[in-house]
Design a protein around this ligand. Structure first.
Ligand SMILES: C[S@@+](CC[C@H](N)C(=O)[O-])C[C@H]1O[C@@H](n2cnc3c(N)ncnc32)[C@H](O)[C@@H]1O
Length: 161
């Protein structure tokens, strides 16, 4: 049976992009529950992990992970996202970078977990595969990635073109 969190997530993934400005999108998404995919991954994240959130958006997953005791590094190109994450994660072990994913160097074997929820499809094909290789080399042995892309019928696809 599909849960409320999943329905909520699906609504944002499909309907929200059509009607909202980015600021409105952030205001709404900041209230949502942690993405089910990340929720499922939580038991597999060792305590005090170093996590990278690529394209953090409103920082829902960032805050949840930091409150669980993980150190989180976030990357987003939007100033509004970075400001929001800094605000909601005050006092938490979160480091923010306002930059493009394409320009962020992930040091080799540096992160336990890298998450990228609906952010990598915004990269062009060359940069997408470059980012995947960079993620691959940036994850420590035994670590993993949590990635969510778009389905072909997702409205984000229509928005990006
Ligand atoms: C659809 S939102 C998803 C946000 C968040 N991960 C979530 O699942 O709610 C995509 C996010 O990726 C960011 N983004 C898109 N392209 C980017 C790029 N090239 N570099 C950095 N961030 C990017 C956007 O600013 C936005 O915050």
């Amino acid at each position: 049976m599909i849960g409320f969190a999943e329905l909520w997530g699906q609504w944002y993934a499909t309907v929200a992009p059509i009607f909202m400005t980015y600021q409105q999108y952030l205001e709404k998404t900041k209230q949502r529950l942690i993405a089910p995919l990340v929720q499922k991954a939580l038991p597999f994240i060792p305590p005090h992990s170093l996590v990278l959130d690529l394209g953090c958006g409103a920082g829902v997953e960032t805050e949840a992970l930091a409150r669980l005791g993980h150190r989180v590094v976030v990357v987003d190109k939007e100033q509004a996202s970075i400001e929001l994450v800094r605000k909601r994660c005050q006092g938490l072990p979160v480091t923010c970078y306002q930059t493009r994913i394409e320009n962020f160097d992930i040091p080799e074997k540096s992160f336990d977990v890298i998450i990228a929820l609906q952010s990598l499809p915004f990269l062009n094909e060359k940069n997408f595969f470059r980012a995947i290789r960079s993620v691959e080399s940036g994850i420590k042995l035994g670590g993993f990635m949590v990635m969510r892309l778009f389905g072909v019928n997702d409205d984000w696809v229509k928005k990006i073109g």
